[in-house]
Design a protein around this ligand. Structure first.
Ligand code: AMP
Length: 184
């Protein structure tokens, strides 16, 4: 089963992904985590994307698509994947759909977490993960990028009729229950 976990920064995608991987016994693929790991280890990819992550802008489609499609070919994803933070543009969504289609596979569910904007900002500022892009100015940039470049991805999957819209306000367990119920 291939599940996309979608929503603005601070919506709780990472937290819910951690619970879903245990529940569904599926591997987690978070492009943000992969980029941060590469930055920490100072790999060529890390050096290439560091200033982009710091700015709150998106890594170019070409780089992200190549990374994800290479990753998805690994055996560990043979039973499916929980995608978190990808796709973030319509081009990425199309590349993902084509990849799955050419393997006789598809996106089975698209879960979008809905959270009011003031709550998103409060959550990010209070999560204290020490991320370089978690400052008020960078959060504003990331929310603008989300609205302009990422939100159209929702419409792309709405056309496929696979969107589960979940109220992302509540306790972690409540939200998790809503997601699991929507998928069963
Ligand atoms: P995240 O951890 O998902 O919030 O991602 C952190 C940052 O990594 C984003 O602000 C982007 O700079 C970059 N990033 C993560 N995923 C993508 C993606 N699918 N496309 C472009 N940039 C991405």
């Amino acid at each position: 089963m291939n599940i996309i976990l979608f929503g603005p920064p601070g919506a709780g995608k990472g937290t819910q992904a951690d619970k879903l991987i245990t529940h569904f016994q599926l591997p987690h693929l978070s492009t943000g985590n992969i980029f941060r790991e590469n930055i920490k280890n100072e790999t060529p990819l890390g050096k290439k994307v560091k200033s982009i992550l710091d700015s709150g802008q998106l890594v170019p489609d070409e780089t992200v698509i190549e990374l994800v499609l290479d990753e998805l070919q690994k055996k560990r994803y043979s039973k499916g994947v929980i995608l978190d933070g990808f796709p973030r543009t319509v081009s990425q969504a199309e590349a993902l759909d084509n990849f799955f289609r050419s393997n006789g596979d598809k996106v089975d569910a698209f879960v979008t977490l809905t959270v009011p904007e003031d709550e998103l900002i409060n959550r990010i500022l209070s999560r204290g993960e020490g991320r370089s892009d978690d400052t008020p100015q960078k959060i504003k940039t990331r929310l603008n990028v989300y609205r302009e470049e990422t939100e159209p991805v929702l419409n792309h999957y709405q056309k496929q009729g696979i969107v589960n819209e979940i109220n992302g306000v509540g306790s972690v367990d409540e939200i998790f229950e809503r997601i699991v119920n929507s998928l069963s």
